[in-house]
Design a protein around this ligand. Structure first.
Ligand code: ATP
Ligand code: SF4
Length: 326
């Protein structure tokens, strides 16, 4: 069965220009997402996850430069659209994004209702205030906000972090996008609320047939939300596969270490595990495998030559020299 591809990112390279040098944040990442699929991009802070998300909706900061690659959404060449076409045709309508900190998304001087009415008028052209109000209330119901009539008249600071994240999801989905990018949407919430927001996203994904890219540093969260996982490190792909394959048969040494760091219910540990060392400095050339300084299997070739990507199973890819021998 041939499945429709909704998003295709090919060999994407993104640099940030800073006074201290050029940060090579994304170094040749390719992603293929089919309609209805959910892909988690997992990696430590600084691995380039958000940069890929922002590039997909063309919202990179001004010091970022896409030096190579292509981003195709259905038949739309995202990198070739003018800014006007991007905001008219794509942003919000086709692809939406939800961020880690919902408070930063909203102007504190406007009520939730005013924010929603503005989005509904801009993207859906509903200018009749009563109709737009009803539409907005239904969006707040969709994200399971209790008492939407009160929420709609509230200012962002009057809502809890969890409620505000639900509002952010309602705003993101109000123009019926087909692809939702969720960038660490639960990281700033406490554990119980995190679980509720994850459940909400899973329900909405199924009910609205959304395709989703979920960005997280937590492989445990990734395993819960997505049917595919991509492990990213220093702007490069380390491993990608169906969630079940990544969890039961992790191939890359880094993925294995990430899995060991997930706390598991019923297993007593005296200290949370972590991977010693840090990401390499992305301003200096990385001649070989970027994980070499932290990897227990490093050999000479790892320090000198970047590992190619090997297919190790059905849609299961890994970038590590260890697999050359197999
Ligand atoms: P986090 O989870 O902390 O957001 P991430 O995996 O999403 O991390 P990015 O935010 O994409 O990673 O950052 C990738 C690299 O680019 C990092 O080295 C980061 O410091 C750098 N970077 C990100 N934004 C900028 C910017 N506006 N200017 C300069 N460097 C940046
Ligand atoms: Fe470790 Fe070498 Fe594989 Fe990199 S390529 S993960 S350094 S064994």
């Amino acid at each position: 069965m041939v499945r429709d591809i909704i998003l295709s990112i090919n060999d994407l390279h993104i640099d940030y220009y800073t006074p201290d040098g050029v940060i090579r944040a994304v170094r040749g990442v390719s992603i293929e997402l089919c309609k209805g699929e959910s892909l988690c991009i997992v990696g430590e802070s600084g691995s380039g996850k958000s940069t890929i998300g922002l590039a997909t909706i063309r919202a990179l900061p001004q010091n970022a430069v896409i030096t190579r690659g292509a981003i195709l959404y259905n038949d739309i060449d995202i990198l070739k659209l003018s800014e006007e076409e991007m905001s008219k045709r794509v942003r919000g309508k086709e692809i939406s994004i939800v961020f880690q900190d919902p408070a930063a998304m909203f102007n504190p001087l406007f009520t939730v209702g005013e924010i929603l009415l503005d989005v509904i008028a801009t993207h859906l052209g509903i200018r009749d205030r009563r109709k737009a109000y009803e539409y907005g209330i239904n969006m707040l119901k969709l994200v399971e906000l209790p008492d939407p009539e009160r929420v709609v008249n509230s200012y962002p600071h009057e809502l809890s972090g969890g409620m505000l994240q639900r509002v952010a999801i309602a705003v993101a989905l109000s123009a019926n996008p087909k692809l939702l990018i969720a960038d660490e949407p639960t990281t700033m919430l406490d554990v119980t609320i995190q679980a509720q927001i994850l459940d909400l996203l899973k329900r909405l994904r199924n009910e609205l047939s959304l395709s989703m890219i979920f960005i997280t540093h937590n492989l445990g969260v990734a395993a819960e939300v997505c049917n595919r996982i991509m492990v990213l490190y220093a702007g490069t792909l380390f491993e990608e596969g169906y969630t079940e394959d990544i969890l039961t048969n992790p191939i890359h040494p880094y993925t294995r270490r990430l899995l060991e760091c997930i706390p598991r219910a019923g297993r007593r540990v005296s200290r949370l595990k972590f991977i010693p060392g840090t990401l390499p400095d992305l301003r200096t050339p990385i001649p070989g495998c970027p994980f070499a300084p932290r990897c227990e299997y490093t050999t000479d070739i790892c320090r000198k030559t970047p590992p190619p990507i090997y297919e190790v199973g059905y849609k299961h890819k890994v970038s590590c020299h260890l697999y050359q021998k197999r």
